[in-house]
Design a binder for this molecule. Structure first.
Ligand code: GLC
Length: 427
């Protein structure tokens, strides 16, 4: 299976590389072929596209906007909750130069690819936004080649959810957590799970394991692979070994965010790695068995807390939107303090507006905010590259094979190393 997928990846590089090269001729910053000259101030109905609205946050926000802007109504297009499907849906629409999508939620890892292809309208000129109050990491994640393409909306940092009825003090290191697995065994529940299905979430979890073990995926230049180190090996091995000894239940090989959340809410896990959005769901869902029985801690590392992958979604104007004026006004509305507050209080989403983390009222109401801030402060971006789809595919497929035991950790890492080098060579 792996052998038959790799040539596809290489073909993928070539297609993206051709697009990036074609664009480099028009400097990538001028708006190029994206039609910025037509319609930057044009107003009218628009469509907002993002992944599944698990916490029912978006519809009421759109209702509020629509009641104030009857001639510029926003329609919500809700995608699935799978990051890969969200990506492919956007790519298909962009490739078709579809005018159906106006404002799109862009995972932080897609900025480089989408911007290099000319699919996003640069947020400058008529579309300029003030980002001075936003978390710097979210602004950086939205910037490509010195130009802002996506506006900070919801940031994401991984958290360790743990059962307070079973554990008094959460582990700060991976080894401590593995020792605590005896408690899970005694209660006949799984010990720990993150997201280990073969999709983007696996790259997130493997990157966290490697970063938390002191390694890195790529070097400081952002493209040279660094997976041939003892630290990288230690990181991937930690996950593989935990599957082998059952500390991570075998079922977790099928977990994306939602399946993991459901297992944790059903009381089947002592520890669970997930994003902030599940905090509110696990606290309020009628079916949640862990209401009032869990808290969050930083992800565990080697000598102390580990490092989360930087996640999150910014929002951007499609280069093909016919109503870019309305699109950018809607983005500005989404960035207001009022809406950012709703995102954190209703959906426990990590806000992009920096000041909210120090808000005393919010901290009283949402005790996880300071842990979240810590996770975000040390969060490590996944490789930034227009060729990211190929890079992540290599990490996912090779790690998944190692987890299933069909390849060794050493072979998986050296295969990833080679694939990332090939991707880097194209950039
Ligand atoms: C979350 C994160 C995103 C990540 C995805 C992986 O949606 O915000 O950055 O890529 O999970 O499943």
């Amino acid at each position: 299976m792996k052998a038959s997928r790799r040539p596809l990846l290489v073909a993928g590089f070539a297609v993206i590389a051709a697009g990036a090269l074609a664009l480099s001729g028009c400097s990538g910053n001028s708006g190029g072929s994206n039609g910025q000259s037509s319609g930057d101030d044009s107003h009218g109905p628009i469509t907002f596209v993002q992944g599944k609205d698990n916490n029912n946050l978006i519809r009421p926000i759109i209702d509020e906007w629509n009641s104030k802007h009857p001639k510029e109504k926003v329609t919500f297009k809700e995608q699935s909750d799978n990051a890969d499907q969200q990506h492919d849906d956007l790519v298909q629409h962009f490739q078709a130069k579809s005018t159906d999508y106006d404002v799109v939620a862009v995972d932080v890892i897609w900025t480089a690819e989408f911007a290099a292809k000319g699919w996003l309208a640069p947020l400058k000129g008529d579309l300029k936004l003030d980002t001075s109050k936003m978390l710097p990491a979210t602004v950086k994640a939205g910037t490509y080649g010195g130009t802002l393409y996506t506006a900070p909306w919801v940031t994401d940092g991984g958290l360790l959810y743990y059962r307070t009825d079973l554990i008094k003090t959460p582990p700060t290191t991976w080894d401590e957590m593995m020792k605590d697995c005896s408690i899970a065994k005694a209660h006949n529940i799984g010990c720990y799970a993150g997201q280990y299905a073969d999709y983007e979430g696996l790259t997130v979890n493997v990157a966290e394991a490697i970063n938390s073990a002191g390694g890195t995926i790529v070097g400081k230049d952002g493209k040279t692979p660094t997976l041939d180190t003892p630290e990288a090996k230690k990181g991937l091995e930690a996950i593989v070994d935990a599957f082998k000894d059952g500390n991570i239940p075998a079922a977790a090989q099928t977990y994306q965010e939602e399946q993991g959340r459901q297992a944790f809410e059903a009381g089947q896990l002592l520890f669970h790695r997930n994003w902030p959005y599940i905090y509110s769901l696990a606290s309020t869902d009628g079916s949640s068995k862990v209401k009032g029985k869990f808290a969050v801690a930083p992800l565990p590392g080697v000598d102390g807390p580990g490092a989360s992958s930087l996640g999150g979604h910014n929002i951007a104007v499609s280069a093909y939107s016919k109503h870019k004026g309305t699109a950018v006004d809607f983005i500005k509305f989404m960035e207001t303090e009022e809406i950012q507050r709703q995102a954190v209080t209703k959906a426990s989403n990590a806000p992009a507006l920096a000041s909210l983390y120090d808000d005393p009222e919010l901290n009283k109401q949402l005790p996880y905010l300071s842990t979240l801030k810590k996770s975000l402060d040390t969060a490590v971006p996944r490789p930034v590259s227009p060729f990211y789809p190929a890079i992540t595919k290599a990490i996912e497929d090779d790690s998944f094979a190692a987890i299933k035991g069909t390849t060794s950790v050493d072979d998986a890492l050296s295969d990833m190393q080679k694939a990332i080098k090939t991707a880097g060579a194209g950039s």
